[in-house]
Design a protein. Sequence first.
Length: 425
Amino acid sequence: MMTIKKIGTTKLETSAYYQPIGNTGIKFWNMDSNTSILQFQITRNNIVLPLGLNNVIAYITLIASDGSHLTDTLEIIDELKGILSYQIPNDFLMHTGTVQGQVYISVNNTEETVTEAEFIFEIEDALINKITSDIKIKYIRIFDDLKKDIEKKIKKIIADIDSGDDYVTAIQNVSIDAITKINAKYDDLQTRFDNLNPSQLAKKTGDTFTGSLQFDGVPTIFQAKQSNAWWYRLTSENSTTYQQSLFPTIVSGINGIQGAGYNFKQAYLKLNNVDVETVTGAQTKADKALADAKEDAVIKVNSALVESKNYTDNTHKETIVWSGASYFLDTHVFSWDSTKVKHGVLLDFSRYAPGTGVLDYGYIQCFFSKEYLVRNNNKATWIDMPGATDGAKKTIRLTTSSVSGDASNGQAASTNYALRAVTIF
């Protein structure tokens, strides 16, 4: 696969004499995602200073114009030419302006550290980000870390659960308000019933109606009239029964107690065409809403946890391709699925006694990044063995899906060491 990188190269002279801050003339854009690389060639007295992978560790510190900063390790990409490389993280590219940097080189197993001269370069805001009419394009360059996103979702779900009681309180308040309105209506009806003149009403027994019941074309079950004014009408039309109170009346409450309201047997009540919720019904709905919210929240939390675990397992899990003991000749080839390599390959070596077998010391683990596999596909790589005074080394060839040895690994000196494991992650 072809990769496109923007590489800015500068020389750093190792010297005790004053050197002004070097303007490298390098400029990156904040949309150069995964392509912005700084390379440094280390010199001393204007002569290339070799850097051994097993001898030194190099660090870099970058400080943006807004005060944001980072410190990270550098990759030694050419030991003999003293070349260091560093890919600027995407999140640091968001801090536009002048960036000041410095490189530090430490010798392993000592307290010696060399500080190189300071340098500066620029991070510019990409032109496309300045087009306000197309904000969505700008968002393409910003990717949230999945773990942070999941954590935010979990916090929101927990907050939603915590606020469940507020929903219940709100529903209860609505219910109380509805009951108050109903009671006001009841009181008004009760007053009307209290104002009725008993002499105008027919007794349960021993009383008779005067005049005749009238029907005026509408299917009327019952209607009452006095002084040419309709007081009450009970009609049925289109399969619907209508009750009409056409004259102010007073209706007594439950058990005849004034202000006690009504005891309706219906499942619901309408006042002026508006559904009125009952206390029991409102509480039932509130309880169900809270239970549903909690159940949904638990499902979301469990799903988020599963996603988080899968992401962590799939991203950082190591897979052992092979383990044992091998001189690692050119006939020894170990392969893997290249799509499962997320970060790189680890090779483990240890001391070996020909004719005896592996020795449990002299271990060394070598890491080769995914980018290294692509950049040095099937090229010979030399690995110096630890503690060797006889020039023992192993020659290997890496690709994105395999690693193989070399016939020279079976010769004297090199046979004092053996490959012990091949791991990808």
